[in-house]
Design a protein around this ligand. Structure first.
Ligand code: AMP
Length: 403
């Protein structure tokens, strides 16, 4: 059942980092962390960012966005001139990952980065701010908290990045983001990254960016080719049994998305009882527990990770063989986002969705996006839901049992 570490595979290009205009020290630092070739978003964004343009980058999670904005930032900023770089992130995990990346690529320029995230004490962060950082990586709420307490100034920001802008807005950070935009200098460079471009994000770009260049690297089909989609339609009382049956039937690494924390807790206990190496991340887990759970999955210490959607968004989860949606995702974007955790590059993966009749509307949207019906599957020992085909007037036409 144990499958060992799971590989990472951001699709690389055949251009070199030096070709993009980066200096030898910065190229050395990326090479030192094992990046040989830039990813497509890095190829498109880095030269423009080095020229000082505002950029909107539309790309999926895992595309290499951090390098796309982090490398030009490391190239331009000089140590000891006050906080010049500001990166806003939706979650604590993304902020921490971004900080560690910047620490490596900024080493040659002695750039120091602080991370201001919620859920931990203010004191140590205040100490960090007193050590004259050059870059601040922050979640918007905690950044604003520090700003109001006058723990940091934002009047020297030259480079500002909004990472996963759509998720930050989903999480309700718009008020803090607007205040930050009012507090930073207007002649800064702004870069915004987002997996989707809803009107709320367009609006931010229109108000606060200067003729931004748009780099859109979302694949045409939006859903990777190598994915096998499976739909398990069941009665609401059978969803749990279905989840356990899938977890037992599949042998590889598995990421299970659930809507509710209670379900994640229940599933964790139950799967553990059935002998599966399993961990979970959700908002009641501490920062340390979440980091350990992710690290454990990366190292292959546990095979299954349970995650509520909010806790899992954007985090750098390695490539997973099986994605399971316990309940259909609320939107097509979420389905695509989650599916993006598997079948990257040439790898294959499966996305299994456990749904009930209440999810039919979402299922229809997903089927439209992938251009064909989701193949129906039946989990061993679990009675399938019997779908009815309806006429235009909504009357049942045929009843068929799924196989
Ligand atoms: P990101 O989208 O920035 O979170 O990156 C996703 C994953 O790809 C992370 O594990 C990065 O370390 C990795 N990565 C980013 N850029 C490259 C690159 N040019 N070469 C190899 N790995 C990369």
């Amino acid at each position: 059942m144990f499958t060992g570490p799971v590989p990472q595979d951001p699709t690389a290009t055949d251009v070199s980092f030096a070709d993009l205009g980066l200096s030898p020290p910065v190229v050395r630092s990326v090479t030192s962390i094992g990046f040989e070739y830039p990813t497509p978003i890095q190829v498109q964004v880095i030269p423009k960012a080095l020229e000082g343009h505002d950029v909107i980058g539309l790309a999926q999670t895992g595309s290499g966005k951090t390098g796309a904005f982090g490398l030009p930032m490391a190239e331009h900023l000089i140590h000891g001139k006050g906080v010049r770089g500001l990166i806003l992130c939706p979650t604590r995990e993304i902020a921490l990952q971004t900080q560690s990346f910047l620490e490596v690529v900024g080493r040659d320029h002695q750039l120091s980065t602080v991370c201001l995230i919620g859920g931990v004490k203010l004191g140590p962060q205040i100490q960090d701010l007193r050590r004259h950082p050059d870059i601040v990586v922050a979640t918007p709420g905690r950044l604003w908290d520090h700003y109001e307490r006058r723990n940091l100034k934002l009047d020297r920001i030259e480079k500002m990045v909004l990472d996963e802008a759509d998720h930050m807005l989903d999480l309700g950070f718009l008020p803090q983001i607007l205040r930050v935009f009012e507090a930073v200098p207007t002649d800064r460079q702004t870069m915004m990254f987002s997996a989707t471009m809803p009107p709320s994000v367009e609006n931010l770009a229109r108000r606060f960016m200067r003729t931004p260049l748009r780099v859109d690297l979302r694949p045409d089909t939006r859903i990777a080719e190598g994915i096998e989609h499976r739909l398990y339609m069941v009665e609401p009382q059978n969803t749990k049994a279905c989840l356990l049956a899938i977890a037992a039937a599949e042998k590889g690494s598995m990421l299970i998305f659930l809507r509710r924390k209670v379900d994640a807790e229940w599933a964790c206990k139950q799967l553990e009882k059935e002998g599966h190496p399993v961990e979970r991340i959700h908002s009641d887990r501490t920062q340390k527990q979440r980091v350990e759970a992710l690290q454990g999955l990366r190292l292959g210490e546990h095979r299954i990770l349970l995650a509520t959607d909010i806790a899992a968004r954007g985090i750098d989860i390695p490539i997973i063989e099986h994605i399971v949606n316990y309940g259909a995702p609320d939107s097509l974007e979420d389905y695509i986002h989650r599916a993006g955790r598997t079948a990257r590059g040439a790898l294959k993966g499966t996305v299994s969705t456990i749904a009930t009749w209440q999810d039919k509307e979402y299922i229809r949207l997903i089927e439209k996006a992938i251009g064909k019906p989701l193949p129906r599957f039946v989990a061993e020992g679990v009675e399938p839901y019997i779908e009815r085909k309806t006429t235009i007037r909504g009357r049942p036409k045929i009843r068929r049992r799924l196989t």
